[in-house]
Design a protein around this ligand. Structure first.
Ligand SMILES: Nc1ncnc2c1ncn2[C@@H]1O[C@H](COP(=O)(O)OP(=O)(O)O)[C@@H](O)[C@H]1O
Ligand SMILES: CC(=O)OP(=O)(O)O
Ligand SMILES: [Mg+2]
Length: 448
């Protein structure tokens, strides 16, 4: 913590290091006592994002809230931005050059940290908490390292501000033991922390708040099935305002496939991925090139949409699928041509609805809303339509017109359909940065 008193209306920089992007928003803390709800505790000043970090050229967007009306966010393609650190410095330079906001007014930098292990509460970054996050990097290989590199840069370039970590895993703390446990030796599981943690928690927490506000229902009375579909994709069953289950597990590679991630596979697939791996038991010397870490890297960075189609951009997959018609292949060889676009799309829909069916039953059929979010969930009307069509058998019905227009809407929550017994289908523009900033503004101990 800085040694001086923290100005009560100081600025909060909220940084979200995703697997393919760095999203940064700057807020001013308002008078929290006078605020009517948690939505009023901060005022947005700047919104920025750098996307495509792992598939250059990256693309940069920057928007001053004061210029929002009638002006598109400034967007440009960037060369030389190939990691989260350079992206962060680029943002800081741009902030200095394009606005009158002084860096020195930033008093807290909130960092989204994907894996917090057994840390649940937000924590100020010092050598101990830094090491804790570092030790968990193997369990979130595309994320924790990136967040740590941004923390180092923030501490170096904003020495008066404190860095605070907010964990994706915290929201899933409520998952019951029998749901979070794997059927392995419980002693080993306990000693090594091998269980389902679940991720995208800051997004789910934000969406829960936004949907509660939209439906005018208390969070604790809400049952939701929420899909966060971005470069990393997951789905969460929320019962009475708490996470009951989610599709990611010990690490973010499990569950739904993503831009470069396989999603759920038979665990033995790792050992059968190459011919050599198959021969391990016959000739142990063959095992030399088949380390599990290498297999983990393949499942994290060389799988998903990139492996199936050659692009990690789901928007392009949808576009190409439409251009090449509705052709569906019927055996593996068919998927090498233009049918690969539809394979990727159909495979994603299949995995999403498999989890959805399971969560519907686990929520006893009492679902207030199906909610789409994340880059794909917010932007792809085609994906939403395909998923909701599958959910017609459980009473959900799409409003085609509302669905077609939803991606262009500015508001946080938009309705795109109904359920016969009053449940609804929503699109929620998620905002992990706002979730962190609100929590930071309301935590009095950070403002003494
Ligand atoms: N128009 C679109 N249709 C479908 N998918 C899209 C569209 N635009 C962007 N996307 C997808 O959204 C993803 C980014 O989602 P986002 O949640 O912002 O990512 P991150 O996981 O990095 O936070 C991109 O990788 C791309 O696949
Ligand atoms: C947990 C995770 O996959 O996050 P993101 O989608 O931001 O990469
Ligand atoms: Mg994200």
């Amino acid at each position: 913590m800085p040694e001086h008193r923290v100005p009560k209306d100081g600025l909060i920089l909220a940084v979200n290091a995703g697997s393919s992007s760095l999203k940064i928003s700057l807020f001013r803390r308002t008078n929290t006592r006078a605020a009517q709800s948690s939505l009023d505790v901060v005022e947005l000043l700047v919104m920025s994002s750098i996307t495509g970090i792992s598939s250059p050229p990256a693309s940069f967007s920057f928007q001053l809230a004061s210029h929002k009306q009638g002006r598109e966010a400034k967007k440009q393609s960037l060369d030389g931005i190939e990691d989260h650190t350079s992206a962060f410095y680029y943002f800081l330079d741009h902030l200095q050059n394009e606005s009158k906001i002084r860096r020195e007014s930033i008093v807290h930098v909130c960092h989204r940290v994907v894996h917090g292990g057994d840390f649940y509460e937000p924590v100020i970054i010092d050598s101990e908490s830094f090491r804790h996050i570092e030790d968990l990097s193997d369990l979130a290989p595309l994320h924790n390292g990136a967040a740590l590199s941004v923390m180092k840069s923030a501490i170096e370039s904003l020495p008066k501000a404190s860095s605070i970590a907010y964990f994706d895993t915290s929201f899933h703390r409520s998952i019951p033991l029998h749901v979070a446990s794997y059927a392995i030796d419980p002693k080993v599981a306990h000693q090594r922390g091998l269980k389902k943690y679940g991720f995208h928690g800051l997004s789910y927490a934000y969406i829960l708040g936004a949907v509660s506000h939209y439906l005018q229902k208390d969070k604790t009375s809400l049952n939701l099935i929420v899909m966060h579909l971005g470069s990393g994709a997951s789905i969460c069953a929320i019962r009475s305002g708490q996470s009951l289950d989610t599709s990611m597990g010990l690490t973010p590679v499990s569950g739904l496939p993503g831009a470069t991630r396989s999603g759920l596979v038979d665990p033995s697939l790792i050992f059968h991925y190459t011919n050599r791996a198959g021969r391990i038991t016959h000739d142990p010397s063959q095992a030399v090139d088949v380390r599990v870490t290498q297999a983990e890297a393949i499942l994290n960075t060389e799988s998903g949409w990139k492996a199936l189609t050659g692009t990690s951009d789901f928007g392009e997959i949808v576009q190409k699928m439409k251009e090449h018609g509705a052709a569906r292949g019927s055996d593996v060889a068919d998927w090498q041509g233009d049918a690969k676009w539809r394979l990727a799309f159909d495979l994603f829909v299949d995995r999403i609805v498999s989890f959805m069916g399971s969560y519907y039953v686990r929520l006893g059929g009492k679902v207030d809303a199906l909610v789409f979010s994340g880059g794909i969930g917010e932007k792809s009307a085609e994906l939403r339509e395909a998923v909701v069509r599958h959910a017609e058998c459980i009473g959900f019905k799409l409003d085609e017109e509302a669905n077609a227009e939803a991606s262009q809407q500015e508001c946080a929550v938009v309705s795109i359909g109904k359920r016969t017994d009053a449940g609804c289908v929503l699109v929620c523009r998620t905002d992990e940065q706002l979730e962190m900033a609100q929590e930071c503004a309301m935590t009095e101990k950070f403002w003494l």
